[in-house]
Design a protein around this ligand. Structure first.
Ligand SMILES: Nc1ncnc2c1ncn2[C@@H]1O[C@H](COP(=O)(O)OP(=O)(O)OP(=O)(O)O)[C@@H](O)[C@H]1O
Length: 257
């Protein structure tokens, strides 16, 4: 392996006495789209927060773009992009004001921020809302602003936590194309999502974690050599949740009692 963008060795993390991440080892090269998937509570967001220097209560070696995230979290934060799940936007601001705030944090100059923010908002069909307060924005409109905020400074590595949340079908197609083209241009995309058919289609590599451990890692075609079917089916087989039809029947039987 030549020049890894993300390196994780022996990563463990606890919340209180609960052991969440139980020895994660990963190396990610530049130009890959990596889908990081797993059941609710598996530890995906926790891993991403550690990778971006937001969470320091862990043991093990973690570096991004060659910077140790514990020793040098500021260097990491300034070079990566992050689109958080369920982010609280400062919604009394307008998109332009919010993006100006984010751009300044990244040291961008005001003119660049203004024209980029304006153009990027227009490309996401939010141009006419650029100066509107975000208090009235729908979930998808907020998500679009968050996506732009995470990429505005054109980072080398982008971490996306459930990036398609609330987006309409056209915006999903657009974001998928942006992710693909960014990776083709050499950027690294590390993202977590529960939308299996999208993960299946856009990831060069899929990493499945369950209860804080990596249980599968490879291109979709490689994973299929051991477990045939769609990613959704494979996910069910590997994470022990294959009987969802029976669970649904039991759910309805319980409703009918
Ligand atoms: N701040 C916290 N304090 C205590 N426990 C936490 C905290 N954040 C997360 N956890 C616990 O850590 C575990 C992993 O959470 P995490 O958010 O990383 O999961 P996830 O894989 O992203 O799940 P989801 O798919 O539901 O978003 C869960 O059991 C969660 O309850």
């Amino acid at each position: 392996m030549s020049n890894p963008v993300i390196q994780i060795q022996g990563l463990h993390n606890y919340y209180g006495s609960t052991h969440i991440l139980k020895g994660i080892d990963l190396t990610v090269e530049a130009g890959q789209v990596v889908g990081y998937i797993g059941p609710n509570g598996a530890g995906k967001s926790t891993t991403i927060k550690i990778l971006i220097g937001l969470l320091a209560n862990f043991s093990g070696q973690v570096s991004v773009l060659g910077y140790d995230v514990k020793e040098d979290p500021i260097a990491v934060k300034s070079r990566i992009g992050y689109v958080p799940e369920n982010a609280a936007l400062y919604d009394t601001l307008t998109p332009l004001e919010y993006l100006a705030f984010i751009g300044q944090l990244y040291g961008m100059d005001e003119d660049t921020i203004r024209y980029k923010a304006h153009d990027l908002l227009s490309l996401f069909e939010l141009g006419r809302y650029a100066d509107a307060r975000m208090t009235t924005f729908s979930k998808g409109m907020r998500q679009k602003v968050l996506l732009i905020a995470g990429m505005l400074h054109n980072p080398e590595v982008i971490f996306l936590d459930e990036p398609l949340s609330g987006l309409d079908a056209n915006a999903v197609v657009l974001v998928k194309a942006i992710i693909r083209q960014l990776a083709d241009a050499g950027k690294t995309i590390f993202y977590s999502s529960h939308i299996m058919d999208v993960v299946e289609k856009i990831s060069d590599r899929i990493i499945i974690i369950n209860q804080g451990q990596v249980i599968a890692d490879g291109a979709f075609a490689q994973l299929q050599q051991q477990h045939s079917g769609s990613l959704e089916q494979l996910f069910g087989q590997l994470t022990g949740n294959e009987g969802q039809q029976d669970v649904a029947t039991e759910f309805i039987n319980t409703l009918n009692k």
